[in-house]
Ligand binder design. Structure first.
Ligand SMILES: [Zn+2]
Length: 336
């Protein structure tokens, strides 16, 4: 239960009425019900008549995992995991800007989008990655790609200076697989990074390897026959592996694309690539037919030290072509 003071404060907060005005309404309600309810009771009724749900207000702070579409009056304390640059948009005669932050706690991560004036207000708080913020009375929307979007609207955001029990930034990034874009010159053994880089070289090696169709393990060639240790002599499936060198202008790194990623890079599946190579009786023919050299890609991958060469290499786990238009279109859809 709330005290009378707390109820009055909530009504002021929600309606912008003065405390005096709210007290007056409560007095009137008390008179109206001529002693049937306590003063607190009258205050509850006034709040309800003004559309303020004190039950909702009294709920405790939410965790990221419990955010769902359509949720209103969201109170949450979370750590700022990432701050993106604000972007300008123009739609018909409307101009504006939007800025995304990623917030996280021990249960997950969510995007917070700030619009127009909200961006300046937050900038004034001097927010940086790793800070803890409290959002009061925010709401949750679903964007057109099915991602939840936390918004402030008529609520508020503030920086929390006192110590709060939340996982540290590094731990959260690791737990939730956040991948940070960084220059290749700063890539370190064991980390997963994103790079926008140019594929400057391909190693022209046989890209096909034989795997067991049942267990997927690489097969061995025994006197001209393909054998799986577990499943014996079977007709192999073929997988593709492509390797090369990426350069982002700061540094370069050897990169390896396995299976689906190699297929995506070359725009053909393994069977098509193999058919192409067989037709030309040359497994290296697929390199001649590809136009990937000299192109820019956005690649995420795990950096590791090659045990033989002692050099760093990247095992790609996603590859995309940079697509400015798509990101722009997504933004436009969201604000329409
Ligand atoms: Zn097998």
């Amino acid at each position: 239960m709330f005290s009378l003071e707390e109820i009055v404060e909530k009504i002021c907060e929600h309606t912008g009425m003065s405390q005096k005005k709210v007290m007056q309404l409560i007095d009137e309600k008390e008179d109206e019900l001529s002693g049937l309810v306590s003063r607190e009771g009258a205050a509850y009724i006034v709040a309800r008549e003004l559309g303020i749900s004190l039950l909702k207000e009294s709920k405790k702070q939410l965790k990221v995992k419990s955010l769902t579409e359509g949720l209103n009056s969201v109170d949450i304390v979370a750590r700022v995991v990432r701050i993106y640059e604000p972007r300008e948009f123009q739609k018909d005669d409307r101009k504006g800007s939007v800025m995304n932050l990623i917030l996280g706690d021990e249960t997950g991560m969510v995007r917070l989008s700030l619009w127009n004036d909200e961006i300046e207000n937050v900038a004034e708080l001097g927010m940086k990655e790793g800070d803890v913020v409290k959002i009061s009375r925010g709401y949750v929307k679903m964007d057109n790609r099915g991602n939840l979007d936390l918004r402030i609207g008529k609520g508020r955001i503030e920086k929390v200076e006192e110590e709060v029990k939340l996982p540290e930034l590094k731990g959260m990034e690791k737990d939730f697989g956040v991948v940070r874009r960084k220059p290749l010159s700063e890539a370190k053994d064991g980390e997963t990074i994103e790079t926008r880089a140019c594929l400057v070289q391909l190693f022209r090696k046989n890209p096909f390897f034989e795997v067991c169709p049942t267990c997927g393990v690489r097969m061995k060639n025994r006197t001209g026959k393909w054998v799986c240790d577990q499943h014996g002599e079977v007709k192999p499936d073929y997988h593709v592996v492509i390797s090369g060198v990426l350069d982002d202008g700061y540094g370069n790194i050897r990169v390896v694309f396995f299976r689906e990623l190699a297929e995506k890079l070359f725009g053909k599946n393994a069977a098509e690539l193999r058919a192409f190579a067989q037709e030309r009786v040359d497994p290296l023919a697929i390199y001649e037919a590809s136009d990937v050299l000299g192109k820019d890609y956005i690649i995420k991958g795990r950096v590791r030290k090659n045990e033989l060469t002692e050099n760093l290499e990247m095992i790609a786990n996603s590859i995309e072509e940079p697509d400015v238009k798509r990101e722009f279109d997504m933004l436009m859809k969201e604000i329409s």
